[in-house]
Ligand binder design. Structure first.
Ligand code: FUL
Length: 695
């Protein structure tokens, strides 16, 4: 054979081999999910149920000394709970078998503090059993919450308690069928009844519970469950650092398996973490976890629930949404309605996948092999995926629509079985002959959903800008979700100017200043409205010009504008954030200044004062330094002061919203808000806003 032919043959064989090599499956990258984690991630949406002895004392946490006789759920029906969850599209329920009070909702052999000592059902009650049966009947998975902190048990804090805790786990994980998740809440407030000792017991959350051995027991009893734990050793799932209902837009399903994890990291995961620990967003449908009648008007609205959806499931996490059970043993009708509306709205948003009318084309395809071509990202098989050759980090996938197509949602998934890889990506729409960027984002993971104003385009392009290894995309979906009219947010800045913000940029805004209910014939809001220095009562709506529907009316009453106010107790310019009308900004007094900490404001002129308002910093997960005990004083000259109000901001930690205090009207030019104590019991005080009420 001539030499040149030989060389050509060699080249042919080598290229062929290279092509072959690239059509082999891509190698996994980094820590990988276990089968249990994969199964769990696909559940996406499931319920939490909070019910215990403190449901009957209207408390967030039971103290551990409540009389079991209080527990009297006359209409208890776990099937109602299961039906609501099933109809809402949830896949499972996690039930508080034992909360911090230590009261057990099953007849545990190891304590008398349980449903076996209540008159209801003559001591034969087992609510964990009822719940497990109801889940089975409705095709839901069942999970248990077992609080490690036990304010009832005499041995809490001693090694004996760990045996008790494990015995209880053994009961729960043996007698109630398959359990999909076990929840070990790290919360621990210290004080408790503890069998009558009534004292404060601090434990070392890292060592006391000996988690490694507890985990072994759990896995032996239920090899298919996932463990959630925010307190001790790294478990299968992580808390996302907040109960407010969201995870970071960047969300790596990775953490480091040892070492402390700051709450910030919980929010975003750790890009180069060495363990697969995906996030679960846990939040309640009401402000608190247990039922309080006063919160019947505070059930999350549809727009809030939609935000929750996009900020959890839409950001590579699962959503664990809590229902508090009422003392009668049922879920409140308002919560049921809210979750039904939520289910309907998500169904409508994701009703028609527009990729059905599109062709997918990729800039790169692994080994030019049809097993990995672009069509795999839009076919019905969620396991198949589009892949590039190993060396590629930057590649695009274009959807070509048969005709100009309007859309406002983009959904994308990675086949996480092979690791989480994408670090940065963009989404562009081809509009009027050119590409328009609609989103520039970071991570994808199991599922990422993006919301943006409706765009009409003939093509959509997903570009992976960077990835840990060759990018893999298993699924892409495109939707045109109907607009949801959010009641607009109204704020007034220090100059007295009103700002109105819609929840959805596609809606129009209308407002009134004369008390009438706004309609689409009222003043249209386009730019901030100057309202002078006086008091203002404003009502506003968001309006959909296409469907002619309006949102619920937002209403705000503002006292005199804070235009002339000067903060005299500090030179810090940033202190003016407490009067800027923006609840998202806050100011914190220097920690080195011990309590009491004074915030003194010169109102510019004498006012007839009848009260004041305090809004704590809203970023409460980062040491918000929320004031709990205060004094409020007024003065004509910033020298002699008169105390007009003092006391506590009750329950402010759980409910960090506006606190209003009124007092006998009094004339003054200076006000002093004195912080005596905060939630962290240190010397820091934080403020989002401070305002006054005038006569
Ligand atoms: C927290 C607990 O203290 C709350 O009461 C609730 O159970 C929530 C899910 O976790 O840490």
């Amino acid at each position: 054979m001539p030499k040149s032919l030989l060389i050509r043959l060699a080249i042919y064989l080598l290229t062929g081999l290279a092509g072959f090599a690239q059509s082999t499956p891509p190698q996994p990258v980094g820590p990988l999910p276990s089968e249990n984690q994969l199964r769990w991630q696909k559940m996406e949406y499931y319920a939490f149920i909070h019910f215990s002895i403190n449901t009957y004392t209207d408390m967030a946490w039971g103290l551990g000394n409540e009389d079991p006789k209080l527990f009297n759920p006359t209409k208890l029906d776990c099937r109602q709970w299961a039906r609501i969850c099933k109809e809402a599209g949830m896949k499972g329920i996690i039930f508080t078998a034992k909360h911090h009070s230590g009261f057990c909702l099953w007849p545990s052999k190891y304590t008398e503090y349980s449903v076996k000592n209540i008159p209801w059902r003559n001591g034969k009650a087992d609510i964990v059993r009822d719940m497990a049966d109801a889940c089975k009947e409705y095709g839901l998975k069942f999970g248990v919450y077992l609080s490690p902190w036990d304010r009832n048990h005499a041995d809490y804090g001693k090694p004996e308690y760990i045996t008790y805790f494990r015995n209880q786990l053994q009961e729960l994980l043996t007698n109630y069928g398959d359990i999909f998740e076990v929840w070990f809440d790290g919360a621990n407030g210290g004080s408790g009844y503890y069998g009558g000792a009534n004292e404060t017991r601090k434990i070392n959350s890292k060592t006391y519970y000996d988690w490694p051995n507890t985990y072994k027991l759990v896995r032996k009893l239920q090899p298919k469950l996932v463990i959630w734990n925010d307190g001790g050793d790294r478990a299968d799932l992580r808390w996302v650092g907040t109960e407010a209902g969201y995870v970071g837009e960047t969300n790596w399903s990775l953490l480091n398996s040892t070492g402390d994890v700051p709450e910030q990291m919980l929010r975003y995961g750790v890009e180069n973490g060495n363990a697969w620990v995906p996030g679960e967003v846990n939040t309640s449908i009401r402000p608190e976890w247990f039922y309080h009648e006063r919160e019947d008007k505070k059930v999350k609205t549809l727009p809030q629930l939609m935000d929750l959806y996009y900020n959890s499931i839409g950001r590579n996490a699962t959503l664990l949404l809590n229902f508090p059970i009422m003392p009668n043993g049922l879920i409140n009708e308002k919560d049921e309605k809210a979750v039904q509306a939520f289910a309907k709205a998500t169904k409508e948003a994701f009703a028609l996948n527009l990729t059905k009318n599109a062709q997918a084309v990729a800039s790169h395809t692994r080994g030019k092999n049809s097993t990995y071509d672009a069509s795999k990202a839009i076919d019905a098989d969620k396991e198949s995926y589009w892949a590039t050759d190993d060396v590629v980090r930057n590649a695009s996938l274009t959807l070509q629509f048969a005709k100009p197509t309007a859309f406002n949602r983009f959904l994308v998934q990675e086949p996480i079985r092979l690791g989480q890889r994408v670090k940065a990506f963009t989404v562009e729409a081809f509009v009027d002959g050119s590409w328009k960027e609609i989103a520039k984002e970071t991570t994808i993971g199991y599922k990422r959903i993006l919301r943006f104003p409706t765009v009409e385009a003939t093509q959509l392009r997903l570009t992976i800008l960077d990835a840990k290894s060759c990018p893999l995309i298993s699924n892409v979906e495109v939707y045109k979700a109907p607009l949801i009219l959010t009641p607009p947010m109204i704020t007034r800045d220090q100059t007295g100017t009103i700002h109105i913000k819609p929840g959805d940029t596609e809606s129009e805004l209308y407002y009134t200043l004369d008390g009438r209910t706004p309609t689409a014939t009222a003043n249209r809001y386009t730019t901030p409205v100057k309202t002078g220095n006086g008091k203002v009562a404003i009502k506003a709506i968001a309006y959909n010009p296409f469907t002619k529907q309006s949102s619920i009316v937002s209403e705000e009453k503002f006292d005199i504008a804070r235009t002339a106010w000067k903060i005299v107790s500090t030179d810090a310019k940033s202190a003016y954030q407490v009067v800027d009308g923006n609840s998202a900004t806050s100011w914190h007094q220097n920690k080195s200044q011990p309590m009491p900490a004074d915030l003194i404001i010169d109102l510019g002129k004498e006012e007839n004062l009848a009260g004041f308002k305090y809004l704590p910093a809203q970023n409460w997960w980062e040491e918000a330094s929320i004031i709990t005990q205060y004094q409020f004083e007024v003065s004509a000259d910033n020298a002699s002061w008169k105390r007009v109000s003092e006391g506590e901001f009750s329950n402010i930690k759980n409910n960090p919203f506006w606190q209003t205090k009124t007092f006998e009207p009094t004339k003054a030019r200076y006000i002093k808000l004195r912080a005596l104590k905060n939630t962290q019991e240190d010397s820091a005080s934080g403020y989002a806003e401070v305002d006054i009420i005038t006569q």
